[in-house]
Design a binder for this molecule. Structure first.
Ligand SMILES: *[C@@H]1O[C@H](CO)[C@@H](O)[C@H](O)[C@H]1NC(C)=O
Ligand SMILES: *[C@@H]1O[C@H](CO)[C@@H](O)[C@H](O)[C@H]1NC(C)=O
Length: 438
């Protein structure tokens, strides 16, 4: 019975959710990057793009901006990226050829409209509901960090140019009113959470130079901490993938310079991963995600040597669930109660290693930053219609986001919920009741 409730909760059924009309009162328009930016291209050569929902001019938030990076995994090699580029559907992660001009009725974006920082409903998103919302479309395959240029005279069939897309989008936004911004939040989920860690400082420097009234600049990476740890079988499969992504996309100019400075050539790819990006970032931030992140437990921890998520021997459905595009869009991952006691023991090891990796970055010592780390077996659940059921230490996510955003940076580190609980080997395993009952 709990199981059914949980699955219904994940799907947003049987609970109150906001209707489209309540969510989308303000018009949103699609901006394809112009040919003033000849390198701002998706994998297939179509122009990069963003959706823009301006604030109402009379709103007190009219000079507050949210810049949000869409997620969608990474492509690690030419063949992998070519699959994205050949997809010309409105769901494509490698082409903007079929993007609808109005995003709100596209299922691809449903997950971004119900909760902080993009919801327009002020009950769901108190701090940013009326702000200017920018949604950067993900079509480059490496968290907006690629910088490969054509070799003289050679035509390109695939374009690895995520960093150029980001730079062009920022230039374009400065011409759309962002130059008078006073407060800016950079956010994103999943691969967009990594993009947030990688690029927030550079966006902050650009704004410091171009938006003279800017007084507040912070980052909210959602489900974006992917430690490149070994799989449960002891193999470094995910780290090999990220190394390959870094090289394929020629991402050296798209990651943080302060990270590269301390690295040998053989180690530079690590700057394309979350731990190094988090170590290097200076912008105050709030980490928002699960210590049992469903994508990571499936596509890092139980990834097999052929690159199949959940493919490690003895895993797969039902415990770690379905991380395919369909599963990701619906956020159908194996809930904790479907795991065996020995799988729970392994996932608890993942939790410990994940938390040590996070601590080693030094983020917990940073004033102005904070963490909301829960234990629901979800990935980007933060963006589901009823995601606000999740609480740690009696605090809801939306309230954590608001409290952190409104606090002064010299007030110390905000650790919402404190110690992250550990799953119980006894059924139904979950240690946080708000992960089970809506
Ligand atoms: C790769 O990026 C570097 C900048 O980090 C640039 O100097 C170099 O030309 C790029 N190589 C290619 C093939 O695009
Ligand atoms: C950091 O936060 C602590 C706790 O509020 C405070 O005592 C300290 O002065 C802050 N440090 C800086 C550099 O702001």
């Amino acid at each position: 019975m709990w199981g059914l409730l949980f699955v219904l909760a994940l799907l947003g059924l049987g609970s109150t959710s906001f209707t489209d009309d309540e969510q989308n009162r303000r018009p949103t328009s699609l901006h394809l990057l112009s040919d003033d930016f000849p390198n701002a291209l998706c994998l297939d050569g179509s122009p990069g793009a963003f959706y823009f929902t301006p604030s109402a001019p009379t709103s007190p938030s009219s000079d507050t901006w949210v810049i949000f990076f869409e997620g969608g995994g990474w492509c690690f090699s030419d063949s992998d990226c070519s699959t994205r580029a050949t997809d010309k559907s409105f769901l494509s992660l490698g082409s903007t050829a079929a993007l609808p001009s109005f995003k709100n009725h596209n299922p691809r974006y449903q997950q971004s409209i119900y909760s902080p920082p993009l919801a327009q409903n002020c009950d769901a998103n108190p701090a940013f509901c009326e702000a200017n919302h920018v949604y950067l479309v993900y079509c480059d395959g490496n968290s907006f960090s690629g910088g490969r240029l054509a070799v003289d005279g050679a035509g390109e069939t695939l374009h690895y140019k995520g960093k150029f897309i980001l730079d062009a989008a920022l230039e374009t936004l400065l011409g759309l009113g962002m130059e008078s911004a006073t407060e800016v939040l950079v956010s994103g989920d999943s691969a967009g959470g990594l993009a947030t860690l990688l690029h927030a400082d550079q966006i902050g420097s650009k704004l410091a130079a171009s938006a003279p009234s800017l007084t507040k600049f912070r980052a909210l990476p959602i489900s974006g901490y992917f430690p490149p740890l070994d799989s449960v079988e002891g193999a470094p499969v995910f780290s090999a993938q990220m190394k390959s992504a870094f090289e394929t996309h020629n991402a050296s100019a798209g990651v943080q310079v302060s990270c590269l400075d301390g690295k040998s050539d053989a180690e530079k790819w690590q700057c394309n991963t979350s731990p190094e990006a988090l170590r290097a970032i200076k912008t105050p931030l709030l980490l928002l995600q699960s210590a049992y992140d469903a994508w990571s437990t499936s596509c890092i921890y139980t990834l097999n040597s052929e690159g199949v998520c959940g493919g490690a021997s003895g895993w797969g459905l039902p415990c770690v669930g379905d991380a395919s595009p369909l599963g990701s869009i619906l956020n159908i991952y194996g809930p904790s109660f479907l795991c065996s006691p020995s799988q729970v023991a392994h996932l608890n090891e993942w939790r410990s290693t994940f938390l040590s990796s996070l601590r080693e970055t030094g983020v917990y010592d940073r004033n102005g930053s904070g963490a909301f780390i829960h234990t629901c077996h979800t990935h980007t659940a933060e963006n589901l219609p009823n995601a606000q059921w999740i609480q740690v230490g009696g605090v809801k996510m939306k309230d954590a986001v608001t409290e952190w955003w409104r606090a002064n940076v010299d007030e110390g580190f905000r650790d919402f919920g404190g110690e992250v609980c550990e799953w119980d080997e006894k059924f139904p395993h979950q240690c946080n009741p708000t992960c089970i009952i809506t």
